[in-house]
Design a protein around this ligand. Structure first.
Ligand SMILES: [Zn+2]
Length: 415
């Protein structure tokens, strides 16, 4: 299955914004850049919202039908492993095999020996076109990468084989992700990870490493831009080399998780993929939920009341809500407004505080991150929340579409 050169993951916690999200991609396509929509939702999100993968499929199919979309589109079982993949298999045609938790697990000594033996083809060093420093192949390095990644990629192999046994070969897109960890993977790590993926016979079309720097949920990139630029470019070159040398799928490309709102690095990624004529997949999810809250707030009345309630509850339950996202949020408590202060806000003030417009005097990234993890509160409101989404669907939909097209796709694809 062909994913296409450029693809964009549009996660949607409550399954109400499929049409608005697709409209943003239709706008990009009308500007001449073909971008494949992928509706991604993780097991974690389903568990928190109490939704089922069938709902994501339904949302995608309905949006496609309503808007007459004729291009490819996918439903991504995001961040799955052997313990939870089964609920997704029927409804998804894109699977993100998340093996981050297996990084560093011990492998049987015969597996390590076989891996090291298979690396003998490299000789003493590997020179990757475009990268100045060759990779020096030493026993120490091979032991190190085997220790870190071999068990994890073997696990990815098992998950892939399981999905293949049900769906059949070639009937789904495979991504391997290891982004939700503390220490980033270097381009050298990427080289060996791809070697192991090829050895396992996984036809990966996207790979999601942990990049250098902080990819906090719903807010801009924080980190060493120069280092990110260097590593992103080297990753692209390593992938190009691995595709040719290891026989991985020709369209293999990087997948950037927590990819929404990373406005600082969008032009950097855009320039590098253009320079080497490569593809890119960017995943977003919570940024759409945040637009729902903005849309409700600016709608006023009940919508604003509920938006304020979501913040107040999220603040009171901060520890609980932040726990599943510990590696991907940074909230400075001192910068969070008190519930009393927020109670006095207009819808416009609430929207401006939450909306991601860097440099806007009201914008508060701490407030934004807390609401980002607060979707559990809205899920518990049940129909009070979803009823308001329906009632204010026009305003909310406009917010969602504008966010994805104007703030994301325009920056990412230079539109
Ligand atoms: Zn991820």
């Amino acid at each position: 299955m062909k994913l296409g050169k450029y693809s964009f993951g549009v996660g949607d916690r409550f399954n109400h914004e499929g049409v608005a999200q697709l409209n943003a991609l239709i706008k990009a396509n009308s500007k001449g850049v073909e971008v494949t929509p992928v509706w991604n939702k993780s097991n974690r999100e389903h568990n928190i919202v109490h939704s089922e993968p069938s709902g994501t499929r339904l949302e995608a199919n309905e949006a496609i039908k309503k808007m007459g979309w004729e291009g490819p589109y996918f439903v991504d079982a995001d961040h799955i492993n052997l313990t939870n993949v089964d609920r997704f298999i029927e409804h998804s045609d894109f699977f993100t095999l998340d093996v981050a938790i297996y990084i560093g697990n011990a492998s049987p000594s015969e597996d390590v020996a076989a891996f090291k033996e298979s690396c003998k083809i490299f000789g003493e060093k590997v020179s990757i076109p475009g990268i100045e420093e060759p990779i020096k192949i030493t026993d120490v390095l091979l032991n190190e990468v085997a220790c870190k990644f071999l068990a994890a990629i073997k696990e990815a192999g098992k998950i892939y084989e399981h999905i293949k046994s049900v769906k059949g070969e070639g009937n789904f897109v495979t991504e391997v992700s290891m982004d939700e960890v503390e220490s980033p993977q270097t381009p050298v790590d990427m080289f060996f990870i791809l070697k192991m993926i090829a050895d396992q016979g996984i036809p990966a079309q996207t790979i999601a490493p942990k990049f250098t720097g902080r990819f906090n949920k719903g807010v801009d990139y924080v980190g060493d831009i120069e280092q990110f630029t260097k590593e992103f470019e080297q990753d692209v070159l390593v992938i190009d080399f691995a595709v040719k040398e290891f026989g991985l799928p020709e369209d293999l490309k990087l997948s950037v998780h927590s990819g929404s709102d990373k406005f600082t690095i969008y032009p950097i990624m855009a320039e590098i993929i253009k320079k080497y004529d490569k593809g890119l997949h960017v995943k977003t999810a919570g940024t759409t939920w945040l637009e729902e809250v903005i849309g409700l707030a600016v709608s006023g009345d009940e919508g604003l009341k509920v938006a304020k309630e979501i913040y107040t509850s999220a603040l009171a339950r901060k520890e609980e809500l932040c726990a599943p996202y510990a590696d991907v949020i940074d909230i400075d408590d001192n910068q969070l407004p008190s519930p009393e202060e927020v109670a006095g806000w207009s819808g416009e003030k609430f929207g401006n505080t939450l909306r991601h417009i860097p440099g806007h005097p009201d914008y508060n990234s701490n407030f934004r991150q807390l609401i980002h993890v607060g979707y559990k509160v809205a899920a518990e409101m049940g129909e009070i929340y979803t009823g308001l989404l329906k009632k204010n669907s026009e305003v909310v939909g406009q917010c969602v579409e504008e966010n994805i097209f104007d703030r994301h796709l325009k920056r990412l694809f230079n539109l």
